[in-house]
Structure formats: structure tokens, C-alpha cells
Ligand binder design. Sequence first.
Ligand SMILES: Cc1cc2nc3c(=O)[nH]c(=O)nc-3n(C[C@H](O)[C@H](O)[C@H](O)COP(=O)(O)OP(=O)(O)OC[C@H]3O[C@@H](n4cnc5c(N)ncnc54)[C@H](O)[C@@H]3O)c2cc1C
Length: 496
Amino acid sequence: MTLQKARRVLIVGAGPGGLTAAMILGKRGCEVEVFEKQPQVGGRNARITLGDFHFDLGPTFLMLKEVLDKVFAEAGADSGSLLQFKRLDPMYRLQFADSRRLEPTADQAAMQQEIARVFPGRESTYQRFLAREGKRFARLYSCLEQPCHTLGSMFSLRLLKALPHLAPGKSLYDLLSGYFTDPQLSLSFTFQAKYLGMSPWECPGLFAIIPYIEHHFGIYHVLGGLNRISGQMAATAASNGVRLHLNAPVRSLLLDGRRVRGLILEDGREIHGDEVIINADFAHAMTNLVPPGVLRKYSPEQLAKKRFSCSTFMLYLGVDKLYQIPHHTIVFARDYRKNVEEIFNGGSFSQDFSFYVHNPSITDGSLAPSGQSAVYILVPSSNLRGSVDWPHEAVAIRERVLDALESRGGMPDLRQHIVAEKMLTPQDWQDEYSVYAGATFNLAHNFSQMLYLRPRNRFEELEHCYLVGGGTHPGSGLPTIYQSGLIAANLITAPD
Ligand SMILES: Cc1cc2nc3c(=O)[nH]c(=O)nc-3n(C[C@H](O)[C@H](O)[C@H](O)COP(=O)(O)OP(=O)(O)OC[C@H]3O[C@@H](n4cnc5c(N)ncnc54)[C@H](O)[C@@H]3O)c2cc1C
């Protein structure tokens, strides 16, 4: 790609989206400065350290590794020499209330046998799922690689060809139960809606591409934690000449009407640039960094009407014992659907809840002292639009989560072995990590908030302003966020 004119680009936030754009634009000859309010890079993909224990703050599943490889290559770097990837096989354990356990693998013959082991007689439709969803993936994923910032892009040949695969009117659960009639087996291919912070009964059916991606490409861990990716992106950006400022919160965009001229930092300094990229959580940025009265479509009042993902209650536990449970385990509530409805209806914290346990020390010895473990627990919960009073209820909820881990999570004596701990509630996601309404997976991915209808990478409300990250096109999740960084970089360096 040829650069028409070197530009000065300012980036708000050093999360995965901002870092991707920074390292690519640096490589393409732009003068890039990144302003990050936290003392470290990575955003929700940062590292947490408690004594000798190291945790990923957020992402733990790396899917579509090829997208990561591509963005590093665009920045002139080789991800394979910077990071050590470990393909997980089996990918994870799914644990049902009746004590059945399924361990999905991306080895397709082995997966068919695994289905036959746990759901005898139900294995035959697996190949049909792979064949049909493979076609949907081939048509749809290429649309997610495009900017989708003009109405014309909605009528591109690529998108028109994808239309029959959008499965309008069908939820992910509807679509997948067409292959898997056993409800628990259906759940094994639809719980992935939670990766978008959505309910399988509401998430559009086209997201059947997510379980397909897992089963076709597999999932990866990165030695040292997925936060290493952000660390290496920052290093690559620096070697491409990008200037990274930590502990540098941005107070506001510097505007001249609707044209963005630069940034005003919290310390009052004005920084001027040709283009500004916003990686801060989209809805947080719109409500906090843009002066009142400027925005129409995404004003605070309009944002209040939008749909957002669920949130997560988190425990990061340093444990002086290594539990013999898999790298990833998902433990389903007895009544999964009721739990999901309670999360999205914004009621109290469910009595009967699902949770996810990350036990990476079982495959990666670098995260805790030998024989010990850095355990991360994620409980999907309602975002701050729900009725839980987190500051008052968090301690009691922590006790209930520890009870569940001891009774259902394979860690019967957990409390006796906790030597380091951090708890994070939806309120903390908002207050400490600048996540609007604590909605950890951003704007929901319903049809009215996708593609052209999602905040665009060339922001439609302000000039010389670009958006990257999970709240923008193509959507939440690391591969699509990396893609957003690449799209924004392309729009800046090769404007149409
Ligand atoms: C608990 C959890 C688990 C997840 N698991 C997975 C997973 O397994 N796989 C997956 O693919 N995805 C996962 N995700 C989703 C997604 O990949 C991550 O949330 C990702 O880190 C989001 O990246 P981002 O670029 O959108 O923004 P962020 O990571 O939120 O980065 C935004 C940055 O902007 C900074 N910022 C905000 N305001 C300002 C300001 N005013 N001035 C300067 N800087 C500012 C923030 O400090 C932050 O560093 C998970 C998310 C969470 C929360």
C-alpha cells in the first residue's frame, strides 16, 4: 500500500484495537502518538499481577489466529517469532448440571466420537454443521474485513452474496438446534453467544460462524497469557516509531465544529493531529470525550436507548495448589435458559448461575510458582442497567461464587488455598476500566447494531475521526477488533 502523504495520527487508548492501528500506521510512515490513561497497555487485554501470580484481565480464548498473524505482518513483524502459541486440544470442557461432560476438539473425527460418547446416536449431524456453516463463514467473514462505512458498501457484490447466509429472524439457538436436537448438545454449540455478551436465544443466527470457527480453526493460548499479544503489539509499534504515552488520560476531543483537530489531555495540554482514532470504549468515549450537544446519532440520550452486552463478575485467585482441571471449563447452570433470561432481564444475581473457570497453569508454567495456580473465574451477569447493587452485594456474591466453585467447579477445598485475590464487578468495569454501563462486550450485536448500522470505522458523526475496538464495526472479540484496527489504518492511508 502506498502512502499518499505522511499524516500525524493521535490514538486514544492502547487496547487491542488502538495498538493494531498504531503499529500498522507507524509501519506505513505516519507519525503516531498513543495516549493511554492506564499505567500499562492492553486495555481489557492487559495483565494483572498479584504477587507471584499473573492473570489475563479479559480475553483468554484466541480464535482466528490468522487475523492476528495478518495484522502483525502488516506492521512488518512475525507473530510466530514474537509470541509462543499453544493450540488447545481438547479446546475446553463443558460441564452440565447432570454431571455429563463434553470435551470439544477441533479434530473433527475425534469430535464426532466425543459427541457419540456423551450423546450417543447424535453425532451424525456434526459433519452437516461443519459443511453448511463453513459456507456461511466463507461468505460472511469477508464482509467483516471491509469498512462498511458507506451505504454503497451495503450493496456491494460481496454483501449481496452474503445475504442468504444472514439467517434473518433466526436466533443462534434456533439455527443450531436444526443440527443438534438434544438441548444440551445444542447448548454446546450456542453458549458461544456469551463471547458477544448475548443470549443464544437472541443472538442472530449468523453467529453460527463462531462455533464453526472454533471447530474448524481451533483455539489458542499464548504462553504468558493473551496479554502478551498487546505487549508485543506495543513493542512492534515502538519499533515502527510510534510514541506511546502511559498514564496519559485524554479529557476531550479538540473540536472545530464537527472537525476533530486533536486532543485535550487531562493535564490541560492540547495535542494537534491530522486524524484521531478512538479506541476507548465507544459509548464511554461518546459520553465523556465529546462536548455536549455535538453528537446526534450517538448522543448520551440516544446511547441510553441502545442495546448493550451483559457484564461479568470476575475473581482472580492466586492458589497455592494446582487443580487438575482443564485449561478452560464452562459449568452450566441447572436451568441455563432461566439464568440467561435473568441476566438480560436485569434482575438480581441468579441463584443458579453458569460460570467459566480459566486454569491456565495446567498448560503454562509461567503464570504461577511451581505447583501453584493463577485461576480466573468469570460469571456472566447483568450490566449496570440491571438491579444488582454491586458495591453492597459483591461480598455476598463472592461467597456464592466460591461455594459454586467448591461444589461444582472441581476445586472442593478452594477457600483454604487462596493466597492472593482480586475481585472485579460490573461497577468496577465501569469505574476502573471506563466501560460504559459495565457492558464488557460493548454494544450488542443485534441486526440494528451491525455492519453499516454499527458505529463506523470512519466515524460518521465527526470529521477526521476514526473508531476501532469492540464497540465499532466489525464487532467485539479479538479477531474482529484487530480487523477494525486494520480497516481504520487502511482508511487513513488509502482514502477512497
Ligand atoms: C472478561 C472479558 C473476557 C473476554 N474474553 C475474550 C476472549 O476470550 N476472546 C476474545 O476474542 N475476546 C474476549 N473479550 C472481548 C475483547 O476481546 C476485549 O474486551 C478487548 O480487550 C477489547 O479491546 P478494545 O480494543 O475494544 O478496547 P479495550 O481493551 O477496552 O481498550 C481501550 C483502551 O482505551 C483506554 N482509554 C479509555 N478512555 C481513555 C481516555 N480518556 N484516555 C486515554 N485512554 C483511554 C482504556 O484504558 C483501554 O486501555 C473479553 C472481554 C472481557 C471484558
